[in-house]
Design a protein around this ligand. Structure first.
Ligand SMILES: CC(C)(COP(=O)(O)OP(=O)(O)OC[C@H]1O[C@@H](n2cnc3c(N)ncnc32)[C@H](O)[C@@H]1OP(=O)(O)O)[C@@H](O)C(=O)NCCC(=O)NCCS
Length: 158
């Protein structure tokens, strides 16, 4: 297996670098799973400066990650799986694939998550992230026009 194309042909899935052709599917998944969904233009702009991966199952994009790699740490900016593909280990695979691609000098990964996103917080805890801070009113939930605080979480890498 190479680092850019994590794949399991037996189970019919692979993780590929995100490209422009994936953005309509990625935006559709984001619309289904986020209360403040990124627009297609945000994903497109992200691809200029950040890294993205998609999970393809069969012929279709079913999940994605967007992350950025700085000098000392990386930030997981977004991750999402189509609802019917959640809870099957694909989130773990996307995160593993991201960590696998990190340069050796990156020793920590940080992220923000909505305080009410219990499922994602449980996921991140299971993936070795710890809560380190709270950012008040960090998110705008555009669907309901409300704001929400973010937990900041950190995972150290060996
Ligand atoms: C959060 C998300 C990416 C997790 O991906 P996933 O594929 O559902 O998670 P996995 O099946 O890989 O789960 C890995 C581990 O996380 C934990 N976990 C995942 N979902 C959980 C849940 N609903 N309740 C409790 N623990 C959970 C479990 O420990 C699980 O390991 P196990 O199955 O061996 O018990 C996915 O649910 C998702 O897309 N959610 C909507 C979008 C979102 O909230 N993104 C985060 C924005 S910050």
């Amino acid at each position: 297996m190479d680092k850019q194309h994590l794949t399991d042909t037996n189970k019919n899935w692979c993780i590929l670098p995100m490209q422009l052709m994936h953005l309509h599917s990625v935006t559709s998944i984001e619309q289904l799973v986020s209360p403040g969904p990124w627009r297609l233009s945000q994903f497109r702009d992200s691809l200029k400066d950040h890294n993205g991966s998609v999970l393809v199952v069969g012929e279709y994009v079913r999940g994605f990650t967007i992350y950025t790699v700085g000098v000392e740490h990386a930030d997981l900016l977004n991750i999402g799986l189509e609802p019917s593909f959640q809870g099957q280990g694909f989130g773990r695979l996307l995160l593993k694939s991201m960590i696998w691609q990190m340069p050796a000098e990156i020793k920590k990964i940080m992220l923000e998550v909505r305080v009410t996103n219990w499922k994602a917080i449980q996921f991140y805890k299971a993936m070795g992230f710890k809560k380190i801070d709270l950012r008040k009113d960090y998110y705008l939930n555009s669907k309901e026009q409300t704001s929400e605080s973010a937990l900041v979480m950190l995972r150290l890498l060996p």
